[in-house]
Design a protein around this ligand. Structure first.
Ligand code: 8ID
Ligand code: ZN
Length: 351
């Protein structure tokens, strides 16, 4: 095992039960297992899934105490004894898929997100709301040496996820895609991946600031869900018959239901956002007669990650980030819950 100067203790945001106090405290720096790298996480994005985990919204067995965060960008400082393909000093990204078994029927064909032995960063494995985090060496993402660490952080969950969701929408260039929840963390990247992939983008979200961000990122038509009374009619009119694809990244059951109605015949509704205890309601007559596909999409595999990072490295997408400190995570969760965040917060773990 090789190593460079690593402190014994570090700062982290820890909680001991769902909805429990988010404690900003000193804890021990973890040791990487044989298959793991230890990453000095310099920056971490704050994803709405971190808020869901803390709230205990999903039927997902968490570990406790738990350190959340799963969009980490930093430097490799130590290698486990079986690690291949990494060296100390490399830049690494930590994703939500911390580790998968690589031998089940899902991993075998690259559907790693469905691995029954999946280890989830910030869920079953301590995450990136700490200065030093461990990550499975096979799943961790190799980052280009000159990459901007705060900006690349959101690509590791938000970017990969929306890129994969857009692929699942089966669109061809020139077709319409509607991003519902267009100006949060996932949505603001989805606008750009969709544009780079040649699709025309409608965004649904709220307020003038988000509208300006949407237009600045290349979106064509913005619909404010707090002002538009007939969202279904507005999308159908703007697209002359319905959106060919929809990527749902809002945290709203009603928005998802509406998307099944403004989707164009033979189009695809992709479910990404996961409001707590919600159902996807789709009128069966509408769905059958229009032959609409409704599909789920969960993060992405290693190839999706490499491709999503490549779009970023080629400056086809940029991260609309706001920087904060690790100790600000509780405040960020509050803003997120109120729907006030424009783009993505990224925290500097040293502050
Ligand atoms: O792999 C996955 N499926 C995956 C990966 C990462 C995140 C899923 N997610 C999930 C998160 O857990 C969360 O449920 O995607 C959802 C969005 O994550 P986010 O982008 O990190 O959340 P955000 O930054 O809070 O953005 C949400 C946006 O939705 C808008 C809000 O205004 C905000 O901009 N929104 C809401 I809430 N209700 C809306 C509505 N009715 C709406 N936009 C349109 N219509
Ligand atoms: Zn996430």
């Amino acid at each position: 095992m090789s190593s460079q100067a690593i402190p014994k203790s570090q700062k982290a945001i820890v909680f001991y039960e769902t909805n429990g106090k988010l404690e900003y405290k000193d804890i021990a720096v973890p040791e990487p297992k044989a298959n793991e790298i230890l990453v000095h996480v310099k920056y971490s994005g704050v994803c709405h899934s971190d808020l869901h985990a803390w709230r205990g919204d999903w039927p997902f067995q968490l570990k406790f105490p738990l350190i959340g965060g799963h969009e980490g960008a930093g430097v490799v400082v130590k290698l486990g004894s079986n690690v291949k393909g990494w060296k100390v000093g490399d830049l690494a990204g930590i994703k939500w898929l911390n580790g998968t078994c690589m031998s089940c029927e899902y991993c075998e064909v690259g559907n790693e997100s469905q691995c029954p032995h999946l280890d989830g960063t910030g869920f079953t494995h301590d995450g990136t709301f700490q200065e030093y985090a461990t990550a499975d060496a096979v799943q961790a993402a190799h980052l280009p040496q000159n990459v901007d660490l705060p900006e690349v952080a959101p690509i590791l969950c938000a970017g990969v996820t929306v890129y994969k969701a857009l692929k699942r929408a089966n669109l061809i260039p020139g077709q319409w895609v509607t991003i519902s929840g267009a100006c949060g963390g996932l949505g603001s990247l989805a606008i750009q991946y969709a544009t780079a992939m040649g699709y025309r983008v409608i965004g649904i979200d709220e307020g003038e600031t988000k509208k300006r961000l949407f237009e600045g990122l290349g979106g064509e038509i913005f619909i404010d869900f707090t002002k538009e009374k007939d969202i279904v009619g507005a999308v159908i009119k703007a697209t002359d018959g319905g959106s060919h694809g929809v990527v749902n990244v809002s945290v709203s059951e009603a928005a998802i239901e509406a998307s099944t109605r403004y989707c164009r015949p033979n189009g695809t509704v992709v479910l990404v956002g996961m409001p707590a205890h919600a159902y996807c309601k789709s009128d069966i007559f509408n769905q059958v007669v229009k032959s609409i596909s409704i599909v789920g999409s969960c993060v992405g595999n290693r190839a999706d990650t490499r491709e999503a990072l490549d779009f970023f490295a080629r400056h086809l997408v940029k991260s609309p980030i706001r920087l904060a400190g690790l100790s600000d995570v509780p405040k960020i969760f509050e803003e997120m819950e109120n729907g006030d965040i424009v783009g993505r917060y990224v925290v500097d773990t040293s502050k």
